[in-house]
Ligand binder design. Sequence first.
Ligand code: ADP
Length: 891
Amino acid sequence: MKLLAGWLTKPPVTGAAVALLVAVISLASGALLQRKAENALHQEVRQNLVRLARIAALHVDGDRHLLWKPEDAFTPEYQKAIAPFYRLMEASKDIYDIYTCVLRDGKVYFVLGTPDQDPQTGKPDYSYLKEPYGEATPEMLRALREGLALAEKQFYTDQWGTVISGYAPIRDSSGKLVGIVGVDLHVNEYRKRLASIRRHAIITHTLILAVSALIGMVVYLLSRRSARAHGQLRLHARAMEMAANAIVITDRNGTIQWVNPAFTAITGYEREEATGKNPRILKSGRHDQKYYEQLWQTILSGHVWKGEVINRRKDGSLYTEEMTIAPVRDEQGNITHFIAIKQDVTERKQFEQQLEQALEQAQAASRAKSEFLANMSHEIRTPMNGILGMAQLLMDTPLSEEQRDYVTTLKESAESLLSLLGDILDISRIEAGKMELRYAPFNPRQLVHQVARLFAARAREKGLLLQVEVDEEVPASLSGDELRLRQILTNFVGNAVKFTEQGSITIRVRLVEAGNTQKAHSLRHQFAIPEHFSTVWVQLEVTDTGIGIPADKQTAIFESFTQVDGSATRRYGGSGLGLAINRSLAELMGGTIGVQSEEGKGSNFWVVLPLFAPNMEQSLGTVGAVLSRRSAGADDGSASGAACAKGRVLLVEDNEVNRKVAVRLLQRLGYEVDVAEDGGEAVEKTAQRRYDAVLMDVHMPRMDGLEATRRIRERERVTGGHQVIIAMTASAMKEDVERCLMSGMDDYLSKPVRLEVLQGMLERWQVSDLPGETAEQPPMDHDFLKEITGGDEEFTRELLQEFLNTIPPLLDEVEQSLNAGDNEALARAAHTIKGSARAVGARAFAEIAFALEQAAKQQRRDDASAAAQSLFAEWQRVQRYIQQQFLQQAA
Ligand code: ADP
């Protein structure tokens, strides 16, 4: 039975069955209808026949009927009597024959009738009147006996065709039955109509079959689709049953309709238990009412809710699940159900927590290690300085050859230990995330020359050629952490010198193409790089012709404490930290680092990193860099009287005794000293000129050292340049030191300040240029000048003489308006100077005039007066240069 039911539900069987059923029912009713139509037609024909027979009977004389004899057939009376028959036959072509007959002695005889034709002669033949009619049908006999009007049921076929006969009684005037009239009717018309009915029936049946087949087909397709949908549904249901995630279907009110086995596995509630309940049964009480309200708001407004929920299992234990609840809508768009999919994430959560804890512990340990290292190396550094200082002092005393040798070794060991400590301090600072970058404008050419100078002597000793190549398009001023760039270069060049026995070392700076990176962007933001500064990608590289590095070691050497091999270490020394520091620094500055090297041929170490340069027009930054450079240059000129001075230091100290001691110390070290008594004064003094270093007390009345430093740095952001500021702090607390560095100071000294520490510090920060290098860019642009004068020397001299005459009165104007505080006049004078200077190619002079003009227009008094000082200094240089290069030659 089940098998049959299953078989019947197969789509092809269902289709065929339906088609067959429709066909049978339709065909049966069609046949019935056809039968009815045929019967109706038959009836109609027979009634018609009887009617014709009755009409014919009206034309027969009943009183005379029994008196006719066969011999009368050719008489006129007889012919007259049958004349109406002819007329009727004429009127209705379907009538085949009309005749009358009587019953005599139980036999039927024809009385009146149309003649037959003699087959031989073709003449009318009435012989049939004489013979009894042998083929009388029961109907005919019934009509004759009972005087009924009726029609035959069957057709009758003879050699003349197929007919059907009808009869009507003939009565005499007394009403007595005297015979019947018979009418034979051709069935042609009837047959035609019958055939038409049958034809229609066939067409109808065919159509019925076609429609049934079609219906069967449609039923088949529909049932197949429904079978498929059913199959899909089964699959989906199965998938939901098998899903590892808990699935809950609720109605609109949140009443549970269905849950899958995973739900039971997670919560402990069986399907039967959960169905009909509200998911509230899982509530843990860990979330406030608002949480659920917000959930309901989300899903009732038709949105999907996702979140984490802490629930309670049937056994009371808590678990965390990640849940997604989505509303289900009907065709009208009304929400009818909600489907919740839940994943038990309790274990994952615990794991994550453990992981986080472990990570935190690891980080804390690493931080502690780094901090310990940083503190230790810092603490060791102080006595190391003592050792070094003492060794230095010892060397200045009379010593035997042997003693001198010992002391030299002692000093060298202490120096290398100090440098190692420095490296460890750096790497641990970087690892602890404590390495602070400080971005300020600097001169890249100056930087590489200084680094080169540092190694010049050692390179010379080894017979190596040390070269510097700075591409022309590298801007004169760049914003970046000069100190760290110097460190990178120093490491590279130090290695190059160390690992090269012959040949050359080249330090190269050039611009490279690179897209803007996220890191470059965040550096801009972090260091408040002004809008009009663009990002430039600078490549610093150091190429040597030394021992090279095997390919398989080229990646590892950037790791901490990694060297190419032990024997090399013994031969060359070193800690293996330099390149690791370089890599970390490069990455910290948003750059990349790398090496190309071939063993025995040499190496090429490079970093590429984003720095920031003012756009050439309107570039206050560039002018700032020029300003600071030129003011340093001005010192060289003006300080010619104190040629032996090592440099000029600004001492900022409010305590008189401390001040006295520090001034004495500094003078003993050979420095000129200016004094400021508080931060405000320091800010003013540093605006007047740049010092080789500012020694800044931290705690002072009115304005403390931190605030003063911040103001100076703020100003430098506009004017460019970088004033070295060293804190002098009585507290050795790490936080204080940090605060100093955060405010923008470069380094710090602990009070009381010791002579040798002070000396080391100042030497380390000594940035005053060697003679010659300040003039790395001549004050006049020769090419430009040549272009405008067409190389005509006479004209050039005239032009420059004119320039020399024009400027001094304008400079007087600058001085006067500056003293009078007349910014307008000051801007005007600066503007005119700028125009004249540009006209003859005195570029730096024009730039400073432009900066002065801007400062005057924006009423920045301090900046204006600094720019004016630089302008005067640069004018000295320009004048001297023109005299030497153009005018004296002629003389
Ligand atoms: P180290 O203090 O040992 O020089 P570094 O991190 O600076 O530490 O360098 C790691 C190692 O990389 C060096 O010990 C050396 O083996 C190799 N190395 C670095 N620079 C060069 C170079 N210019 N030529 C050859 N080898 C080099």
